[in-house]
Design a protein around this ligand. Sequence first.
Ligand code: C5P
Length: 220
Amino acid sequence: APRKDLAGKKVLVTAGPTWEFIDPVRYIGNPSTGRMGFAIAKAAWYRGAEVTVVAGPTTAEIPPGIRLCPVTSALEMRQAVLERFEAADIIVKAAAVGDFRVDERAPNKIKRGDREWLELRLVQNPDIAAELGDRKRPGQLLVGFAAETEALDLHARAKMERKKLDVIVANDITVPGTGFASVDNRVVIYDRCGGRLERSGSKEEVAWALWDHLETLQGR
Ligand code: C5P
C-alpha cells in the first residue's frame, strides 16, 4: 500500500481542454485529453488526499475516488475553480485552458451562404492560474503546467514567476510521443526554490514523481 502522505489534504486539479463555442455546433478547442490531470488526481487519491477535479470536455477514464466537476469553457472553469480554491491545500492546474474566446457567440448555426470570408473576433480569457497566484494564502501550494515549443527553461521559469506558482511542470511538445494526447510524458519540474528535475515515463509515473517532489516542498 502506498504511503498516505497526503492524508487530510484537499487537492484541487484542473484537467482537459476548454471549448469556446463559436455557434451552437462549433467550438475552438485543443487536443488535451485530460489524461495528465486525471493521473495526478488518481495519484493524490492513492496517497490519501481528498481530490476534486474540474475538467473540461474529456473522454478520459474518470479515476475512482475523485469528485468531478465538469465544465466546458474557460469562464466556467474559472468560476468552478474560484469556488473551490479557498478550501484547497494544493492546486494543480493541468488543464489546457483556451487563451481566447469568441467575443459574440452566434445564436444560430452559421451558414456558408455566399460569403467568402467569416471573421471571428476573439477576446482574451482570464488567466486562472495567475488569479490564484494573487489570491494564494501561506501554506497553499500552486502548481502549473507549461507546454512549450522552445526555450523550455526560460519560458517555464518566467511563467512560474509571473503567475506566482510554487512549481511548474514543463513539457516540450515538439518531442514526438509525449505531451498532448499521448500515453507517455517527458517533463521538467521547476520549483520556486530553484530546483529542476527531469522525469519521463507514463503519465501515471510522472504524476507520482510530481507528488514525491511536492512532498519535499511542503512546509518550506
Ligand atoms: O500561459 P500558459 O497558458 O502557457 O500557462 C499554462 C498554465 O496556466 C497551466 O497551468 C494552465 O492550466 C494555466 N492557465 C490558466 N488559465 C488560463 C491559461 C492558462 O489557469 N487562461
